[in-house]
Design a protein around this ligand. Structure first.
Ligand SMILES: Nc1nc2c(ncn2[C@@H]2O[C@H](COP(=O)(O)OP(=O)(O)OP(=O)(O)O)[C@@H](O)[C@H]2O)c(=O)[nH]1
Ligand SMILES: [Mg+2]
Length: 601
C-alpha cells in the first residue's frame, strides 16, 4: 500500500495555481515522521523516454516554469544545468564542462571559446518538457514546460546575466559549499531581491570538504539578509558525503557515484533510523548529523511557501552537481514550490498609462532581452530572444514592434535548446522564443498586439573599459566591418566615436576587459577577420548636456588635457576621462554642464 503525505504534514502552504509534488512524497507505508523500516524505493517512471533532447511541438496548455541559474564563477552552474537536463529527461547522457576530445561537452556551454576555456561567456536558453512523478502528482499537472537559463558568472559578462534576470520568474543560486557566499553571488542576489525574484539555493560540491552546513545557512541569513530553510541536510562531506535527509518527507536519500556523473546516480530512500545509514556513515558523522537534524527540528520553523514566493525565504538543497547528488530533489522541489510565470510592468507611452501586464491577458506581448549572432555556423543569422509576457504566440503571427510602430510578421521563430533550435509553433507567457530575421530588433524592444504596452525591463550599465580595435588586414575590411557591426548588435560592447571634427576614431567600450577578448576571438572564428586591440588611456565615460538641452553642434565644453569628446552609437555627446581628477577638472571648468553615467532619456 502507498500513502501520500498530506500537505499539512509538510507544513507547506500552497500559494500558486498548481504545485508539483516532490517525487518522494509517496512512500511505502510507514509511520511518520520517523519511519524506520523502508526498503529502497524503486525509481518511478517519472519522465518521458530520453532522446538527445526533447521538444514536443504541441504545448499550448502545458504549465510553465522559467528560471535562471546564477552565481559567482565556477560554483557549478553549467554542471548543474546539464544535470537538470539529465534528470529532466532532456538528455540521455550528461556532458561535462571539462570535456576533452571525444567526450561530451555540455549543452549550455556551446560556444567554441567556452569549451576551450571551461567557463561560460554567454547565457543560454534551454527549453524542455518534464513529466514530473505521477503519482503522487495530481493528474491535472501533467508535463511542465521548463525554460531554463544558464548564465555566466564572471563579472565581465554580468550585463548578459542581469538582462536574463528580467526574463525569469525565479533563480537557482548555486553556492560552492567549500567557499560560501562569494562576491558575484552577492551582487546577483541583490538584483534578484530588488526585482522580488524568488531564490532557491543549491549548496554544491558537497563531495569535497565543505564548510559546516550550519555555518553556511547562518551565512545566507547574515550576509544576504534572507531567511534560509534547509529542505534537505547533508550526511557527511567530501569523500564521506553519503546522502541527504529530506526534512519535508523525513526520508534519507543515500547516493551512489556513477562514472563521471554521466548517468543518474542510484539512490536508496530510507528512514532516518534505518541500519543502512549507520553502516554507511562513520559513527562520529552519524551522531553529528542526528544532532543537527534534531536541532533544526527543535527550532520549529516550518516551510512557508508564501514567503519563498515573496523572495523572503530561500529553500536550501545540498548536493553535488558533478556526481548528480541531490539534483533530482532540487528539480522536484523547485517545481513544487515555484510559481508559474508572473506579470511585467508596462511603462506605457504618451497616450497610455503605466500598468501591470498579466500573463493571462489575451493579447500577445513580450520583450527582447538578448541578441546573439551566429549561434549555428550553418545558419549564420541573428536571434533575438523574446520573453513572452502575455497572450500566446503562434507561427506567422504579426505583431507591433513598439519602438517603430510597425507591424512585423514572426515567420521564423525558434525554440532553443542551447545551440539547437526547432521551429516553434506556439508559445505562451513565460516561454522564451528566438526570433530570426528581424535585424531591426534591439535589446529591450517590445513586441505586442496591444499598442498600449511598452516594456522597459532591461537595465543599462556604464562601460568601464575602453580600447581601440584595429584591422591589420585592409584587404579584409568588409569582413571586419560586418563582424564588428553584428557583434555590436548583441549589446555587450558599445562603439563610441572619438573626436569633434569630421574624422572620428572608433573606440570600443565594455563592462569588462574579457568582452574585448571575446570580440577578437569571435571576429576571427565567425567572420575570418583578424584584429588588433590597443589599450586606451580612458577609464570613465559620461554623457553630457547643458541644463537647457543638448548642446548645439558648434558648441563645445572647455576640455582639460586628460579628457576627450565624442559621440555614442546614437550620436549622443559623450566625454571620456583618464581619471577621477579629470572629471573634477572638467566639472569645474564647465559648471553648467550636466554629466550622467548613462545616456539622458
Ligand atoms: N568536485 C566537484 N566539482 C564540481 C561540482 N560541480 C561542478 N564542479 C566543477 O567546478 C568547475 C566549474 O563548473 P562550471 O559548471 O563550469 O561552473 P559555472 O558556475 O558554470 O562557471 P561559470 O559559468 O564560468 O561562471 C568545473 O571544473 C566542474 O567540473 C561538484 O559537485 N563537485
Ligand atoms: Mg557556466
Amino acid at each position: 500500500m502507498r500513502i501520500a503525505i498530506a500537505a499539512s504534514t509538510l507544513a507547506v502552504s500552497k500559494g500558486n495555481a498548481f504545485a508539483l509534488p516532490n517525487r518522494q512524497a509517496t512512500i511505502p507505508t510507514a509511520p511518520l515522521p520517523h519511519p524506520s523500516n523502508d526498503s529502497p524505493l524503486p525509481r518511478p517512471p517519472n519522465r518521458l523516454p530520453p532522446t538527445d533532447h526533447q521538444m514536443p511541438t504541441s504545448s499550448a496548455n502545458l504549465p510553465r516554469r522559467t528560471f535562471a541559474i546564477i552565481s559567482h564563477p565556477d560554483a557549478g552552474k553549467t554542471t548543474l544545468t546539464e544535470k537538470l537536463l539529465l534528470y529532466g529527461g532532456a538528455l540521455a547522457l550528461a556532458g561535462s564542462v571539462t570535456a576533452r576530445k571525444n567526450q561530451r561537452a555540455t549543452a549550455s556551454d556551446w560556444m567554441e571559446l567556452e569549451r576551450q576555456r571551461g567557463i561560460s561567456i554567454s547565457s543560454t536558453v534551454l527549453q524542455f518538457d518534464y513529466a514530473p512523478p505521477s503519482p503522487p502528482a495530481p493528474p491535472e499537472l501533467g508535463t511542465v514546460r521548463i525554460n531554463l537559463l544558464d548564465t555566466p558568472g564572471h563579472k565581465d559578462f554580468s550585463e548578459d546575466t542581469y538582462r536574463v534576470l528580467t526574463a525569469v520568474d525565479a533563480a537557482v543560486m548555486v553556492i560552492d559549499a567549500g567557499k560560501g557566499i562569494e562576491p558575484q553571488t552577492r551582487k546577483l542576489f541583490e538584483v534578484c531581491r530588488r526585482r522580488g525574484v524568488p531564490i532557491f539555493t543549491f549548496m554544491n560540491k558537497c563531495d569535497r570538504p565543505t564548510r559546516e552546513p550550519l555555518e553556511l545557512i547562518d551565512e545566507l541569513e547574515r550576509v544576504l539578509g534572507i531567511g534560509a530553510f534547509p529542505v534537505n541536510w547533508p550526511l557527511g562531506s567530501g569523500p564521506d558525503f553519503r546522502g541527504v535527509y529530506d526534512r519535508l518527507s523525513h526520508k534519507v536519500h543515500l547516493f551512489e557515484r556513477t562514472s563521471h556523473g554521466a548517468y543518474e546516480a542510484p539512490v536508496q530512500v530510507v528512514g532516518i533510523d534505518d541500519d543502512l545509514i549507520r553502516q554507511k556513515l562513520d559513527e562520529r558523522v552519524y551522531t553529528q548529523v542526528r544532532e543537527e537534524i534534531e536541532m533544526l527540528h527543535g527550532a520549529g520553523e516550518s516551510f512557508d511557501e508564501a514567503r519563498v514566493l515573496a523572495g523572503q525565504v530561500t529553500p536550501v538543497y545540498f548536493g553535488s552537481a558533478m556526481n548528480n547528488f541531490g539534483v533530482q530533489l532540487l528539480l522536484d522541489g523547485f517545481l513544487e514550490h515555484s510559481a508559474s510565470p508572473g506579470p511585467r510592468m508596462s511603462i506605457g507611452d504618451s497616450e497610455s498609462a503605466e500598468r501591470m501586464v498579466s500573463p493571462d491577458e489575451e493579447l500577445f506581448s513580450g520583450f527582447v532581452f538578448k541578441i546573439q549572432a551566429n549561434m549555428d555556423p550553418r545558419h549564420r543569422d541573428r536571434i533575438a530572444f523574446v520573453r513572452i509576457v502575455s497572450g500566446s504566440f503562434s507561427r506567422e503571427m504579426t505583431v507591433v514592434h513598439a519602438q517603430t510602430g510597425k507591424r512585423i510578421r514572426l515567420s521564423n521563430a525558434q525554440k532553443l535548446f542551447g545551440q539547437s533550435r526547432e521551429t516553434v509553433e506556439d508559445g505562451r507567457a513565460g516561454d522564451v522564443v528566438g526570433i530570426v530575421g528581424h535585424d531591426n530588433l534591439r535589446i529591450g524592444d517590445t513586441l505586442t498586439d496591444d499598442r498600449t504596452i511598452v516594456f522597459d525591463e532591461i537595465p543599462r550599465f556604464t562601460p568601464e573599459v575602453f580600447a581601440y580595435l584595429h584591422n591589420p588586414q585592409p584587404s579584409n575590411s568588409k569582413k571586419f566591418r560586418l563582424g564588428l557591426e553584428q557583434l555590436l548588435q548583441e549589446g555587450v560592447i558599445q562603439l563610441l566615436q572619438i573626436g569633434t571634427g569630421q574624422v572620428k576614431t572608433p573606440l570600443l567600450a565594455a563592462v569588462g576587459p574579457l568582452q574585448f577578448e571575446v570580440v577578437q576571438y569571435r571576429l576571427k572564428a565567425e567572420y575570418g577577420a583578424e584584429s588588433r586591440l590597443e589599450p586606451s588611456r580612458w577609464t570613465t565615460v559620461r554623457w553630457y548636456r547643458m541644463p537647457s538641452g543638448p548642446p548645439t553642434p558648434d558648441w563645445l565644453p572647455d576640455l582639460p588635457s586628460d579628457a576627450t569628446l565624442g559621440v555614442d552609437a546614437d550620436n549622443r555627446p559623450v566625454a571620456l576621462f583618464a581619471d577621477e581628477w579629470a572629471i573634477r577638472n572638467f566639472t569645474q571648468r564647465n559648471e553648467k554642464i550636466e554629466l550622467s553615467p548613462l545616456p539622458f532619456a
